[in-house]
Design a protein around this ligand. Structure first.
Ligand SMILES: C[S@@+](CC[C@H](N)C(=O)[O-])C[C@H]1O[C@@H](n2cnc3c(N)ncnc32)[C@H](O)[C@@H]1O
Length: 339
């Protein structure tokens, strides 16, 4: 069974629609939870589900038992699949209808037990950051104390790149930054975290539709040189920053002489125009990494995403398509060129 999670109940309708359009397989909605269970027959390799926050792929279901027994069984299954002497990402959480994703209570005790067991077999769980190149174990404790367990090896992590999240249960809360010129900064922070790639000092970032400057602000904070395009100026401190080159004009007309590190866009435009950006920047390899916001035209007009999925399949980029936590009536497409 695949366990497909989304942010909350309000996303279920769109997620159901997306699953029906993309995968002709049976699924059930877990009553009262932001969770859809999908038949394991569905092949999710290289699939995009923008309205899912994370997924437990090929999940094994384990019945309710004592925490010790459950931890022992999970350990056994991990060793059987991944061997020993390795590092893994490991998330253990429960899903409650009242509080959403929780890492406390039974999930916390189970995690401690599991980590202890795994250590004895020289399997080390990363404590903090998520490393996309490592195997990934997800343990979901359900309301009846049964468990869904998903174990992905490193190569499966590539196959399901757009479906699994570095955030526990797909839930995140980008840290507040009161100095940012706009709340939009949260999108570029969340996108980098999802990609597992950060803007580095000395890299060049082209910020399309940059005003008032939330995204440029984050890129500067991370040490990059910014080329910002908008019809309106940025906040004054960014306009005065010698590492920000502001160009007033139409961002769609901007072309580069040579490939740049990052192309990002938060332009308010139709999805069709974002496809033009994808064509220029991604399909024509004019950048190494990109993050583009797709603004939906009215509510529930989401089937436009299928055209983005098709384009993504034609590129030589590792792509993620998600509705971010920080997105309003939007989704975000992002990616990195395969080396
Ligand atoms: C949502 S705001 C961007 C917010 C910005 N990312 C931030 O963090 O502060 C969208 C911007 O796109 C700009 N925009 C819309 N069409 C544009 C175009 N054709 N060329 C340049 N900028 C454009 C608007 O002027 C607006 O400032």
């Amino acid at each position: 069974m695949h366990y497909i999670l989304c942010k909350d109940q309000s996303w279920i309708k769109a997620l159901k629609q997306e699953i029906s359009e993309n995968l002709s397989h049976d699924f059930t909605v877990a009553e009262g939870f932001p969770l859809i269970k999908l038949s394991q027959v569905a092949d999710l390799q290289n699939t995009f589900l923008a309205f899912s926050t994370t997924a437990l792929i090929n999940a094994i279901e384990l019945a309710e038992e004592s925490i010790g027994k459950q931890a022992a069984k999970i350990t056994e299954l991990i060793i059987e699949k991944l061997g020993s002497e390795i590092k893994i990402n490991c998330h253990v959480f429960s899903l409650t209808n009242k509080y959403g994703i929780l890492e406390t209570g039974r999930a916390e005790i189970l995690k401690d037990k599991l980590i202890g067991n795994l250590k004895k077999s020289k399997i080390f769980c990363r404590r903090t950051d998520f490393e996309r190149s490592l195997p990934f174990v997800q343990v979901l404790v359900l309301a009846d104390r049964s468990i869904a367990l998903s174990i992905l090896d490193s190569s499966e992590m590539q196959d399901y790149h757009s479906l699994v999240s570095p955030y526990v249960g797909g839930f995140n809360n980008v840290e507040d930054d009161k100095k940012a010129p706009s709340r939009a900064y949260r999108k570029i922070v969340e996108a980098q975290e999802l990609m597992g790639i950060s803007i580095s000092p000395q890299e060049v970032l082209v910020d399309l539709g940059a005003s008032p400057g939330g995204w440029s602000y984050i890129a500067r904070k991370q040490g990059a040189k910014v080329i910002a395009l908008d019809r309106s100026p940025l906040r004054e401190d960014l306009m005065d920053d010698p590492m920000v080159d502001f160009i007033q004009g139409d961002a769609f007309k901007y072309k580069v002489q040579q490939k740049i590190d990052w192309a990002v866009s938060d332009i308010i435009s139709t999805p069709e125009r974002v496809m033009e950006l994808l064509d220029y920047w991604v399909l024509n390899n004019n950048c190494q990494h990109f993050i583009f916001t797709i603004k939906f035209q009215g509510d529930e007009n989401y089937n436009i995403l299928s055209q983005f999925k098709e384009l993504a399949g034609k590129s030589n980029f590792k792509i993620i398509l998600k509705r971010l936590n920080a997105n309003k009536n939007e989704a975000t497409i992002m990616g990195t060129q395969n080396i």
